[in-house]
Design a protein around this ligand. Structure first.
Ligand SMILES: [Zn+2]
Length: 415
């Protein structure tokens, strides 16, 4: 399934670290350990964790592709026929049948992928002492995320089919525009409505940090009133920070794990990194990138759907596009999203480097920057030097070793 939770996060936040970056290895241990201040066994553990996470990511994508292919080619038609026979309203009202088919396909998808979600989200996190959650707490959060994701996906699907049935040929262009509008609305709502569903968020109350934060925020359009503490520790031991929201809901969220475990100068550098995202307008740029990708993606989807519907000779009739095309639509959109992921990640890594460079220039705290990233690597068990292919395909943030090298370059005066 298209993970709308990750879509929301991707569209609406810019974090200091990616939260679920898988990693792999093949770099001399001593060299990498030195780079991130990890000892041999810490580095080996980070690499082991990275390999398992990468395996989970690959298996998850394989399950998505296989399940949706089976649903599209084998299950869609019989399920649609069954629904039509079930009751007259389902036969007459296409929107109702589309909703029913979507919910059945999604329930099947949750059923086939639950085991892996449980392993990667709960078992693996405990195995590496990264989680603070009991099984019940994990399950509750999983249920909330799924409900939100299914509700949003259903709205998107109903909107797409409505555009196809009413606009016909140009639906893809309208869909890209609508997707952009939805991302702006979600961007504004994320910090005030969506994030509080998962984390307790309160105003930052740390007088000793106020001066540093006010100084850095001065002249950027962001105020101390826009800085919040987020209780990440309810879920994880990992530290993180993020910039979220748009316009009046724009804010910097600092994890309690970061605020409680890091020195003021380290927090200052990390805050400056988030200010960098704000100053360079990265959230807006990611959304504009999303507009571009979605226009190309929906156009490709249109061409593939047309080719499939007209494979027996008669051209596609948009007003009559059958309900049972839904799983195929989900399959195509999921495949396109996988195809675009490396491009979006490349853009994201570029923005992260810009924000890192900004933080170093703005604060001049190269030593605090270095110690902050070493702490983050240690706490989050981040592999400092993952395989380049892993980075290209799946990493939204540069490897820690590269980020540390920026501070060294800065010391030589060429940042
Ligand atoms: Zn960042």
């Amino acid at each position: 399934m298209l993970s709308w939770r990750s879509v929301i996060l991707l569209l609406t936040t810019a974090r200091i670290l990616s939260t679920n970056d898988p990693s792999t290895d093949e770099i001399p241990l001593a060299e990498a350990a030195g780079a991130a201040g990890l000892n041999g066994s810490e580095l080996a553990e980070a690499k082991r964790y990275g390999r398992l996470e990468l395996s989970c990511t690959l298996i998850d994508k394989a399950i998505d592709a296989a399940y949706l292919a089976v649903a599209a080619l084998l299950l869609a038609h019989p399920l649609d026929n069954w629904l039509q026979q079930l009751s007259p309203p389902l036969k007459e009202i296409w929107t109702l049948r589309l909703t029913a088919l979507f919910l059945i396909v999604t329930a099947g998808h949750v059923a086939v992928s639950f085991g892996l979600s449980f392993y990667s989200g709960h078992v693996l996190e405990h195995k590496f002492q990264l989680s603070n959650q009991t099984f019940g707490q994990w399950l509750w959060r999983y249920a909330k995320r799924m409900t939100l994701s299914v509700a949003l996906s259903l709205c998107v699907i109903l909107g797409l089919y409505w555009l196809i049935w009413t606009l016909g040929h140009w639906w893809w262009l309208a869909a890209a525009g609508a997707f952009f509008v939805v991302s702006v609305v979600l961007g504004q709502l994320a910090p005030v409505l969506i994030l509080p569903l998962f984390y307790r968020i309160e105003k930052l109350d740390r007088p000793e940090l106020t001066d540093r934060i006010s100084r850095l925020a001065a002249g950027t359009g962001l105020s101390i009133a826009g800085v919040y503490r987020m209780d990440l520790s309810a879920e994880t031991v990992r530290a993180n920070a993020m910039l979220a929201g748009l316009g009046r809901t724009r804010r910097v969220l600092l994890g309690d794990t970061l605020l409680d475990g890091f020195q003021p100068e380290e927090i200052e550098v990390i805050f400056a990194h988030e200010i960098g995202h704000h100053v360079y307008r990265h959230v807006l740029k990611i959304m504009l990138g999303g507009l571009f990708y979605s226009a190309i993606g929906f156009l490709a989807c249109d061409r593939l759907l047309a080719a499939w519907v007209s494979r027996h000779g008669s051209p596609i009739d948009y007003a009559q596009l059958p309900v049972y095309s839904l799983p195929l639509m989900l399959f195509i959109l999921t495949m396109l999203a996988m195809l675009f992921e490396p491009l979006q990640n490349a853009l994201s890594r570029h923005f992260e480097r810009q924000a890192d460079s900004y933080a170093l220039r703005r604060t001049g705290l190269n030593d605090a920057y270095r110690s902050a990233f070493r702490k983050l690597a240690k706490l989050n068990k981040d592999d400092p030097t993952p395989h380049w292919l892993d980075v290209v395909l799946f990493h939204s943030h540069p490897p820690i070793a590269q980020r540390l090298a920026m501070a060294d370059a800065g010391r030589e005066g060429d940042l």
